[in-house]
Design a protein around this ligand. Structure first.
Ligand SMILES: Nc1ncnc2c1ncn2[C@@H]1O[C@H](COP(=O)(O)OP(=O)(O)OP(=O)(O)O)[C@@H](O)[C@H]1O
Ligand SMILES: [Mg+2]
Length: 373
């Protein structure tokens, strides 16, 4: 197993800066997920770790050895891609054995490792089949098996589940996590799916525009986002944002929206904030609201329902408050219809505040204190 360290790593393709200075320490046995929108530099980062892409600047260290100029096959790490391209003319057994055969591993050792991996993945009965005789999920497991038999120091995964249908993705995800718990191999996993990131990672690293925005446990990143980008990227439905100001005498501040009529009293969790602020953005998780029978000034939001999306025991209410759209995920109940006026009670200890702009820094996240305590 291995530690992996990136120090101020950069990658340019001509004038395109794909990765703009990434520093990251990955501990032995850790499962780290790189997550971010398309084009933010996740695959490029992973490919540099694998040695498939030259590093423009900075250093990558695996177990205290700088690997910048070490050939991919000598880095002792295994990568699994989205397009796992099995050799079609080879059986599952041969596909899994191939890398070991190239290395002239003795026959008995190859068999031993293939059998262990097949048992681990539950594909023992498929060893004689050709890839075309397998389902998508089975093929994905063979691709994993190919990586496992190499007994690498670390696994690198680039969106390995994105070719699977939604249900299979969820079960395979759970299998991957269980596999990691059994093998304990250092794993770096890339996805653009924040839910996948949250469920898989010991730690998640949120990227945008070639830089790391925030890294932390899934809990930290969800409950104490460092800026508005992270707040909106992590969590479904995305956090609501309302522009406005903080008004009041410093004892008990109020958030007053610019144009939506939203007015909320700040909770004790935010009491440390001494002064009013002229321009802030309120961040409100859809899950931090509930339907309330009556208006309660400073504690509820008056809104009009536009769309009702039933999810089972919960429902998403797409509402408008003035000219602002707010999505609330509340307990499902019958009889809520578009056009209806409702009151949303807000869990005020869960309010977040940000500086203006898409990457506005978090100002006073009420929950942060709880997370750090
Ligand atoms: N070979 C290349 N030549 C030029 N630009 C490239 C090359 N490879 C990647 N890029 C650019 O680098 C940036 C990062 O690409 P990368 O593939 O790392 O993104 P990603 O985060 O993996 O995105 P996705 O979620 O879509 O896979 C993108 O703007 C991309 O267009
Ligand atoms: Mg990619």
């Amino acid at each position: 197993m291995a530690t992996v360290t990136l120090s101020n790593v950069r990658k340019s393709y001509g004038s395109v800066e794909a990765v703009r200075g990434i520093s990251l320490d990955i501990a032995d046995g850790e499962f780290v997920v790189l997550v971010g929108p398309s084009g933010c530099g996740k695959s490029t980062t992973l490919r540099m770790i694998a040695g498939l892409e030259e590093i423009t600047q900075g250093t990558i260290t695996i177990d205290d050895r700088v690997v910048n100029s070490i050939h991919p096959k000598d880095r002792d790490i295994a990568m699994v891609f989205q397009n796992y391209a099995l050799y079609p003319h080879m059986s599952v057994q041969q596909n899994m054995a191939f890398a070991l055969k190239l290395r002239k591993t003795p026959r008995a050792e190859i068999d031993r490792r293939v059998n262990i991996a097949a048992a681990l993945l539950g594909i023992e009965s498929l060893l004689k089949r050709k890839p075309r005789q397998l389902s998508g999920g089975q093929r994905q497991r063979v691709a994993l098996g190919r990586a496992i038999v190499r007994e690498p120091k670390a696994f690198l995964f680039d969106e390995p589940l994105s070719n699977l249908d939604a249900k299979l993705r969820v079960t395979t995800r759970a299998e991957l996590k269980a596999l990691h718990q059994r093998l304990g191999t250092t794993t770096i996993y890339v996805t653009h799916d924040q839910e996948e990131a949250m469920t898989l990672g010991d730690r998640i690293v949120v990227m945008a525009d070639g830089v790391i925005q925030q890294q932390g446990t899934p809990f930290e990143v969800y409950h104490a986002p460092i800026n508005r980008f992270v707040a909106s990227f992590i969590g479904t439905p995305p956090m609501n944002f309302v522009e406005g100001r903080l008004a009041g005498d410093g004892q008990r501040l109020r958030f007053v929206a610019a144009d939506s009529g939203v007015e909320l009293l700040l909770d004790d969790a935010h009491a440390a904030q001494p002064a009013p602020i002229e321009r802030v953005v309120l961040g409100l998780r859809p899950q931090a609201m509930a339907l309330a029978p009556n208006p309660d000034p400073g504690k509820t939001i008056a809104a009009e329902v536009v769309v009702v999306e039933l999810l089972g025991d919960q429902m998403d209410l797409v509402c408008t408050a003035g000219s602002t759209t707010i999505v609330a995920r509340v307990r499902a109940e019958p009889g809520i219809a578009p056009g209806q006026r409702i009151n949303l009670a807000v869990e005020r200890d869960r309010l977040c505040f940000f500086e203006p702009g898409p990457f506005g820094a978090s100002l006073l996240a009420g929950v942060r204190a709880t997370v750090e305590a």
